[in-house]
Design a protein. Sequence first.
Length: 712
Amino acid sequence: MIAPSPTSEKAIAVTPSARPSVTFVPADPSGVARIVIDRPDDPVNAIDVRLMEDFAAAIAAARAAAPRGLVIASGKKNQYVAGADLSLLRGGTPQSDIEKASRSMQRVLNDLAALPFVTVAAINGPALGGGLEIALACDTRIAADAPNVRVGLTETRLGLIPAAGGTQRLPRLIGLPRALDMILTARQLTPKRALRAGVVDEVVHPAVLLQAAIDHAGRDKKRKPRGGATAVERVATYFAPARAFALRQARSRTLAETRDRYPAPLAAIDAVAIGLAKGMDAGLDAEARSFGELAVGETGRSLTALVMLTLRQRKAALEGLGKPRSIANVGIVGLGFMGSGIAQAAASSGLRVRARDRDAAAVAKGLSTIRELTTDAAKKGVFERREAARIIGRVTGGPDLAGFRTADLVIEAVFEDIATKRRVIGELEQVLRPEAVIASNTSALPIAEIAREARSPERIVGMHFFSPVHKMPLIEVIRPAGADADAVATAVAAAIAMGKTAIVVGDGPGFYTTRVLSTMIGEAFTMLAEGDSIEAIDRAMTEFGWPVGPLQLVDEVGLEVAGHAGETVAKARGIAAPAIVSALVAEGFKGKHKGGGFYRYDGRRRTPNPRVRELLGAPTHPGAGDIAERLTFTFVNEAVRCLDEGVLRSPGEGDLGAVLGLGFPPFLGGPFRYADAQRQRIVTGLERLAGARGDRLAPTESLRSRRPFFSL
Ligand code: NAI
């Protein structure tokens, strides 16, 4: 039942309001009554204890009034119920209380489902987690055809499972295969997709939503869900041998994907399986028990903490900065791989984009990438097709700076070359209005260096996007020492407007993310020279929970780009830059799509490149200790150093940057949360490594100090 609410932080401090969160509105002349959900202190109707109690009372009132039909609507504009209030899961809440909360929500929804008249959910906004579970307990679901309407059971993203009947009612409604897919992927469906999947029964224009729901409530007959739309779905749901097969497949796929580190998906499969085999009551019981266990487990707590950090960051990112200027027009210079992704993200968030590249051919190529990204997203259901056409229509481009005069923010994404970037800034300064902000999307070059020859360097900041831009949720905003506070705030606001999480970091080689990543990758190069094999290093890291191994990552990013970032960071830290990358580049090994790198690629097959060992020479220290710990501890140590040096403002931003930008294993919550949990092990490990392999590995003072980074 839990799903993120952007206000869960604020809600904790709010004193209970006199107005109830849920009200019963007696029947109109047509005989249809309403229950209206409108939590006074929360804009997204997050479910808290009070809302649950008021909901129970409203259902009792409806039962007593015995109308012909009942509509469950939201009193908020464009908001249904975005899930449960995460403050229910504050650290320290005992497992038994969490389990109890799940059981009482289940009871309320069982009462709703058992009402003897037709119930209809009128979904006018996000119906996520507990919000969708409310709608699932109704007989019929009508959704408004509006861009903000989404339905989904998103709990596994938090390391939890739906726990207000979602694991029971969804498979009974749409069949086991589709239900498992929705629950295990935490997918959010647009109204049209929800209709196709059978989650909602009708999609109507937002203006007539309430009337349509009232009509259904007055007209429909009570009916039982059938277990899916097709015979195949119904067989997979209710015919035991077919169901066993589907569940077995889901379990093995999940195990392969989660490597047993994320217990929630398997627990969700179990709750679904128990419910279908032994009945709804047994299923609900399994749901509630698992929910309690998962919520207090380390993984559930880490993932929930990350989601809370992410929600809090929408406000926290702007703290201590100036006043953001309003942004309607964005300029992009350099419509290559990154520039086209950035342009597409900006246009998707409603901004008008004017782009510039060196010649018409480069512009045309960029614009066609933007079209492709947009139509692909529409195909995947990120937004509807009409919206795709509007997004594409917002981007224009040309080979000069025509149209840049109205830009509020310009993002440059030209080659990673300081002279080119300086030249571009010089040209921009000729045409931009004085209040326009210039952001550089560089991977590692210090912004102050890029801005050195500028006429007004104070309006130049960094906006470090991650690739691929449409998938990656983070933007690292870089604040050089002399930057105008309003300019930094404007870049942060633009990042948030693009739907990304923004962290604000200090200027310097590699900022935060590239610095920690390059330091860790540099250590991997050292370990290669010591004698660990390419495969052993990469395998150890993926087994530990990283999405890719460091050497494979270098191949994917490209050896020149990674080498350049590594050199920049190593120089600043006063450590030796690894020679292996430049040696490989010199022999034409430049990356996965550029002649191979640490691996050789033959179609889909990948084998370690034997030249690496030859270039490195004989191993210097064969058979060193735990590979994944050495690399991960190096990462943590460098992250802490960034906090000590003021590159990072807070441990929370450090965790967000590492997990959302670099794939630090999310189940550990981020380097700072991991440091709090495993302080002793990390400090001793680093001390031992420093003794054996050099001072660069010595734990920083604040790691040694044992003062926790987070209070809970
Ligand atoms: P790219 O080579 O795909 O694109 C660069 C584009 O800039 C090309 O289309 C080129 O024609 C254009 N360009 C070059 N000079 C220009 C000028 N004077 N005026 C107008 N356009 C010009 O490179 P990519 O990968 O998109 O990288 C761009 C920037 O983004 C670099 O600074 C890079 O370090 C940074 N970056 C790259 C990431 C990646 O994963 N590729 C990740 C984060 C940042």
